[in-house]
Ligand binder design. Structure first.
Ligand SMILES: Nc1nc2c(ncn2[C@@H]2O[C@H](COP(=O)(O)OP(=O)(O)O)[C@@H](OP(=O)(O)OP(=O)(O)O)[C@H]2O)c(=O)[nH]1
Length: 178
């Protein structure tokens, strides 16, 4: 690959998500989430493994755009392809089943994929506390928190810093919503 892999991935993700927005009131550009997840890994999880950071930037490209795994492998190699596939939901399944599979599969993911999953949930949970998706009730927020906690419980043992951040988010939420 020519150039720096992380910048290549940021550019690739920005192009793929160009017309997508987050669901919150600000309707932030979707790429903010991809870059934010990568930053949680570097700045808060002390992760410096390039494949992990590249896969974090690309983590929603196959799930949410026309990107294929073959395209990812051709541009970023087989390890990044594998990591992205580990954090990609099968959109042909019902939402309930996709959510159940995230909980079931998390303990069997690679350590790199577990770190991406934790950073993804940290970003989403912070977003939900700060500015929830439009139309989400208190009950939906609570259900998301409880589901995310089950997913990230399956990712434990690979990064103490990310785990501590998640523990803080859950403790804070549960103390305010007993
Ligand atoms: N908190 C938050 N989430 C948003 C926002 N915009 C889009 N999302 C995405 O919405 C998902 C949560 O909504 P749900 O109703 O539970 O799930 P769904 O998108 O699969 O229907 C999150 O996916 P996820 O399954 O947790 O993770 P992933 O799909 O990113 O892997 C997150 O990526 C936003 O503004 N705030």
């Amino acid at each position: 690959m020519s150039g720096n892999a992380i910048i290549e991935a940021a550019d690739f993700a920005a192009t793929k998500h160009v017309n997508q927005r987050r669901m919150n009131a600000e309707q932030a550009p979707y790429i903010n989430h991809c870059i934010g997840v990568c930053r949680v890994l570097t700045a808060e999880g002390n992760v410096d493994d390039t494949d992990t950071l590249v896969a974090a930037l690309l983590h929603d490209t196959v799930e949410d755009t026309d990107t294929t795994f073959e395209e990812i492998e051709a541009r970023f190699g087989p390890t990044v392809r594998k990591l992205v596939s580990e954090v990609t939901d099968d959109k042909t399944l019902e939402k309930k089943e996709r959510k159940r599979l995230q909980i079931e599969k998390a303990p069997f993911a690679s350590d790199q994929a577990k770190r991406i999953k934790m950073a993804d949930k940290i970003y989403n949970l912070r977003d939900i506390v700060k500015s929830p998706p439009l139309g989400w009730s208190e009950q939906r927020i609570k259900e998301y928190m409880e589901w995310a906690q089950k997913v990230t419980n399956g990712c434990r043992g690979v990064n103490d810093k990310l785990e501590a951040i998640l523990d803080g988010i859950y403790a804070d939420f549960h103390s305010k919503h007993p």
